[in-house]
Write a protein that binds this ligand. Sequence first.
Ligand SMILES: NC(=O)c1ccc[n+]([C@@H]2O[C@H](COP(=O)([O-])OP(=O)(O)OC[C@H]3O[C@@H](n4cnc5c(N)ncnc54)[C@H](OP(=O)(O)O)[C@@H]3O)[C@@H](O)[C@H]2O)c1
Length: 285
Amino acid sequence: MNILVTGGNGQLGCSIKKISTQYPAHKFLFTDVPEVDITDLNLLRDLVRKESIGAIINCAAFTAVDKAEDCQELAAKINIDGPKNLAIAAHEVGAKLVHISTDYVFGGKSSLPLKESDETAPIGVYGKTKRAGEIEVEKTGCDAIVIRTAWLYSEYGNNFVKTMLRLGHERESLNVVYDQIGTPTYATDLAYAIMTLLEKGFKGFDTYHFSNEGVISWYDFTKAIFEIAGYKTTVGAIESYEYPTKAERPAYSVLNKKKIKTAGVKVPYWRDSLKECMSILLAEK
Ligand SMILES: NC(=O)c1ccc[n+]([C@@H]2O[C@H](COP(=O)([O-])OP(=O)(O)OC[C@H]3O[C@@H](n4cnc5c(N)ncnc54)[C@H](OP(=O)(O)O)[C@@H]3O)[C@@H](O)[C@H]2O)c1
């Protein structure tokens, strides 16, 4: 199958590129804004025909959560029109679409792990545009799956693990919020999950949740990062109001992974995956 990966230079795109050599039966075409802007429907239409694309994995998104509050139009163009265009182009040639979404489609008020069928209630521009993008994909009638993930990190780009490794190296102490609860996701694990679902095949529209296994706060995550790195940096536990951000964060973002596990996807424990990613990051230092 010829697989088009959009947003290929981002964290998830690079992680798919890393594992793509393990799937020699498929030909991957990795693209990012300069080659394929997902807001350009005509370009997508031409490309999927010319390259005989059988599946699209959309890793492209406007992911800057705080910046989205000031750039509503651009966030909407990329997070709503983008996946809609991809779904239209895919539908026209009978290709499948895997679209990546987020825990931010929920409002964070739950106290139980969130199921795919739970009501969405996004609280900021990023979450609202990502939810609207999911709806647009479904409306096209394309064979598509939406995978909602959370707290994504990897050895690529900017993410929480890399920021904490830098800060832990520079500072003797720092404060991190302990009242936002969720589960980290190693992008390599998500990349394998995507490939498992794609190879299994699907018809119609469906939604899945994927993160790593377990439940922690950002404070616990930081403590684990420093422990694995061997840093002695002191970590203080603070509340969200003591670290104000432009966009409100969901307080509770734990995703229920039962459905994706039943579909045959492996969900590694967050700490095992963190160790795997950090062994790569620390070796690069
Ligand atoms: N990061 C997280 O914690 C997190 C959590 C939950 C869900 N997600 C979702 O997971 C997916 C992957 O996230 P990620 O962290 O890998 O994102 P990322 O690192 O920000 O990568 C996104 C990529 O998309 C590109 N892009 C932006 N606009 C585009 C356009 N119009 N056409 C084509 N490409 C475009 C970006 O290019 P530029 O850099 O040049 O803009 C970037 O290379 C996204 O759907 C995101 O919403 C992420």
